[in-house]
Design a protein around this ligand. Structure first.
Ligand SMILES: Cc1cc2nc3c(=O)[nH]c(=O)nc-3n(C[C@H](O)[C@H](O)[C@H](O)COP(=O)(O)O)c2cc1C
Length: 345
């Protein structure tokens, strides 16, 4: 079934939820333009989530997606934290940072009963998950509101697992994609494949609709994904230069520059592999290392370096999330971009 039929929307375009990079205004613009706008919730407090949901229902009557992470909460490991800070110590010295005084970094909270309580009155058309699904009782609650359940899969095995656990659609996330890998059955990066290798294999393996994500930047990419059997597409990176995106000027400049042609998967910023534009800390300590603490604890130690470097106009320690194809990034409104992505379909 096509995504447009499944949700009663006009265009088969999902604006990818992008925690830390956008909030309700982008979701509202895309839903009102006929696509499916998404609200990323992984970095929101309970109060923040309620405010964003209120803003959405006040400004659109169209379907929208609310997105959560589903990682297992990590156990803090003092030894690992110390080893990671030791690896960063030359940079702390360079910037005059006292590592003993670093406050806990921005967390990323998994979906919980508290979030479900908050969400229930809004009953969004779609609730999507990254890093697997929540526990069965919580998933059953979300389903009882008739919200459709979507979840990222990065391998055929994950797609089959998600279908067996009751999702309404699988998001096939190819390795080109910007931001975090949604991988949850394995942490072996050699299992990660490109969108156009993954998509047809997932389409053959499951009966539920499959949404293609990763490296799709313009209508040619959308058409190619649909030709390979996708019910719709989920696009993130291309929306990052829209005025509704909340990323820094440094991140915007990197996306506009030739530097955006060189991205890599890195676990240095959060503890989980995610794709971003190559920068100094990725080159010198990674891009992948076994030193950072478990997701999302690794975030804390690097935050003060990022702050100092950014204050000096540098993205050397910033997560410059981007997919492998940033050529679709345009400084136009999210509504216009959504229309362009579906032009002539
Ligand atoms: C800045 C950024 C943040 C992201 N944050 C999330 C998130 O919070 N939840 C999620 O499910 N996916 C997240 N993703 C991944 C997207 O859902 C999607 O897989 C990806 O953007 C598709 O590839 P593309 O960036 O090449 O279009 C993020 C991607 C980017 C670029």
């Amino acid at each position: 079934m096509k995504l447009t039929e499944l949700l009663g929307i006009e265009l088969p375009i999902i604006q990818a939820p992008m925690a830390g990079a956008q909030a309700s205004s982008m979701a509202i613009a895309v839903s009102n333009a006929g696509g499916l706008g998404s609200l990323p919730c992984a970095m929101l407090s309970a109060e923040g989530l309620r405010k964003e949901l209120d803003a959405i229902v006040a400004q659109t009557s169209k379907p929208f997606n609310v997105n959560f992470f589903c990682h297992a909460a990590p156990v803090a490991d003092a030894g690992r934290e110390a080893a990671w800070r030791a690896a960063l110590s030359p940079y702390y010295m360079q910037y005059g940072i006292d590592p003993s005084g670093i406050p806990a970094g921005p967390g990323r909270a998994p979906f919980s009963a508290e979030f479900a309580d908050l969400l229930e009155p809004y009953q969004p058309a779609v609730v999507s998950f990254h890093f697997g699904l929540p526990p069965a009782d919580l998933l059953a609650r979300v389903k009882s509101w008739r919200s459709k359940i979507f979840c990222s899969a990065t391998t055929v095995d994950e797609a089959v697992w998600l279908e067996a656990h009751g999702v309404d659609a699988v998001i096939a996330q190819g390795v080109e994609a910007g931001g975090h890998r949604g991988m949850f059955l394995s942490d072996d990066l050699s299992t990660q494949v490109g969108t156009f290798a993954l998509l047809p294999q997932v389409v053959s393996a499951v009966k539920v609709p499959v949404i293609a994500a990763g490296g799709i930047a313009d209508v040619r990419g959308v058409k190619a994904a649909l030709a390979l059997g996708a019910a719709g597409v989920q696009i993130g990176t291309a929306y990052l230069l829209c005025p509704e995106a909340t990323i820094s000027a440094i991140h915007r400049a990197a996306l506009k520059s030739d530097a955006a042609r060189h991205t890599a998967l890195t676990n240095l910023f959060t503890g989980r592999p995610a794709r971003g534009i190559m920068n100094k800390v990725m080159r010198e300590l990674g891009p992948v290392s076994n030193l950072p603490p478990a997701f999302p604890l690794a975030t804390t130690a690097i935050v003060p370096l990022r702050a100092k470097a950014e204050a000096a106009g540098s993205g050397d320690f910033s997560p410059l999330w981007s997919g492998q194809n940033a050529t679709g990034c345009k400084q136009i409104t999210a509504a216009l971009l959504t229309r362009e992505l579906a032009f002539g379909l």
